[in-house]
Design a protein around this ligand. Structure first.
Ligand SMILES: Nc1ncnc2c1ncn2[C@@H]1O[C@H](COP(=O)(O)OP(=O)(O)OP(=O)(O)O)[C@@H](O)[C@H]1O
Length: 442
């Protein structure tokens, strides 16, 4: 095992003697950005492409109103896909810009020109728009988008692919990104609450991450916590009760520990962090390895902004690590995450990492509460609220209808999944692409 230098930040007691968070650094937040860690760990990830975003695109995301691409390639099979669902066939008429203030009228030469803000994306940032379209095709035709840290999970109600972040066109992505408060947070508030730094950390480059989309089973998503380079806690991510998970307990821990020990333990810069995984099924008749290799979905900061789900941050901060591993990232080979661990490293990890795995239990009060759906506070984007106040009746009626469908579908979906998977322990395989990892575009 290579020498490790430095010491991880330790929690400090506040004035009342309670355990408090160590200061969160801007560097740590940047290390949790997808474009930082994906190239190091790509063979353990879902196949992804990273597209740097231009200032034009960021302004577009920030602006009120939703103007979508109007080129034929952005709206393929529109008639076939339309069915009875809402779709912004003429986006500018669904979300027209607010009426102009007559005081702004002038004789300026610009009057006949559409302002940049009203140009559709295919004309406003054509290269980026084309890049997004071609990357979707390259990743198999459907993708799960996110920015550096967050996905637009709070905006799935408005998607053409209900209750999912699935996108099959650049326009699908634009609608989700513009409707999501989580995305705005990534762009405007990612470094809030960070400790001041004396050095100058690398600047923040906003990126669009496109991951090959597959039918993920929420029951097999887990969030893991690492303290002093020890895997200390694992929690189910989805707050539903899944009876079959009980018998998979040892398999879940083994698969996560494997990923952690071989890839993350000594290569992630900070000693304290959190990561999310998805564990697909191995095969139907493999009794020994009932679950496949864990895939890394995300890396999250060791900070209050990361939801500890079935744990409390007070509990996590107070866990005493038996054998803290002191230090930071290591040699050049380890830096790229490619170095295989030796057998003795594995044995040592067995000894050290005995994380507590928390699952939702039957009648657990932490289980999903149907009366307070996730992200209810985020479901109406500001654009929509503004449009409704401006009296955009037709589009709003369709949106309201879509919202009702979403609510009904979500309840039925969650209930179906609870009943359907119980006892079977069957999981879907991740795509072949996921096995092979992916690339980063520049
Ligand atoms: N490739 C994919 N295909 C299908 N669904 C996916 C894919 N990647 C992620 N998801 C789904 O999207 C969810 C959110 O993804 P991710 O964890 O990257 O977003 P996030 O915004 O960082 O979440 P959080 O705020 O909880 O950390 C995942 O829990 C998973 O259900």
């Amino acid at each position: 095992m290579p020498a490790i230098e430095g010491k991880p930040a330790q929690p400090v007691a506040n004035q009342d003697g309670e355990v408090a968070f160590p200061p969160v650094t801007r560097e740590h937040i940047l290390h949790c950005s997808y474009d930082y860690w994906f190239p190091k760990y790509r063979t353990s990830c879902i196949r992804s492409e990273i597209i740097p975003l231009t200032p034009d695109f960021v302004s577009y995301i920030h602006e009120d109103g939703i103007v979508l691409a109007d080129d034929p390639s952005s709206n393929p099979n529109q008639e076939e896909e339309d069915d009875d669902d809402w779709e912004p066939t003429n986006p500018s008429s669904d979300f027209p810009p607010p009426p102009r203030d007559p005081r702004d009228e002038s004789d300026s030469d610009d009057d006949d020109e559409p302002s940049a803000a009203r140009l559709p994306p295919n004309k406003r940032f054509p290269e980026l728009h084309q890049k997004i379209e071609s990357t979707i095709a390259q990743l198999g035709g459907s993708v799960a988008p996110k920015l550096n840290w967050s996905s637009p999970r709070d905006a799935t109600w408005i998607s053409r692919h209900p209750n999912t972040i699935k996108c099959t066109s650049a326009n699908d992505i634009y609608i989700l990104l513009k409707s999501s408060s989580f995305i705005s947070h990534d762009l405007d508030h990612a470094f809030d609450d960070c400790a001041p730094t004396s050095q100058s950390p690398p600047p923040f480059q906003p990126v669009l991450v496109l991951r090959s989309y597959f039918n993920i089973l929420p029951s097999l998503e887990f969030r893991c916590f690492v303290k002093d380079r020890n895997l200390v806690a694992i929690t189910q991510r989805d707050p539903n009760y899944y009876p079959f998970l009980r018998s998979l307990r040892p398999h879940i821990t083994t698969r996560i520990r494997e990923l952690f020990t071989k890839r993350l333990k000594f290569t992630f810069p900070e000693a304290d962090f959190s990561f999310d995984v998805y564990i697909p099924e191995a095969s139907y008749d493999d009794e020994v390895n009932r679950l496949g290799r864990a895939r890394l979905i995300d890396i999250n900061p060791w900070a209050p902004r990361t939801d500890p789900i079935l744990f409390g941050w007070d509990e996590l901060l107070e866990i005493n690590v038996k054998r803290p591993v002191i230090g930071g990232p290591l040699s050049a080979q380890e830096e790229d995450g490619s170095e295989e661990e030796s057998e003795s490293d594995d044995e040592e990890a067995e000894e050290e990492d005995q994380p507590e795995l928390r699952l939702v239990e039957k009648d657990d009060p932490a289980a999903y509460n149907f009366s307070s759906p996730a992200f209810s506070a985020h479901k109406l984007p500001k654009d929509v609220v503004d449009a409704s106040q401006a009296g955009e009746g037709g589009g709003m009626r369709e949106l309201a209808e879509r919202f009702r469908e979403f609510e009904t579908g979500r309840r039925e979906g969650a209930q179906g999944q609870q009943g359907g998977q119980g006892g079977q322990g069957r999981v879907e395989e991740v795509t072949e692409e996921g096995e092979q990892g992916g690339g980063t575009s520049t």
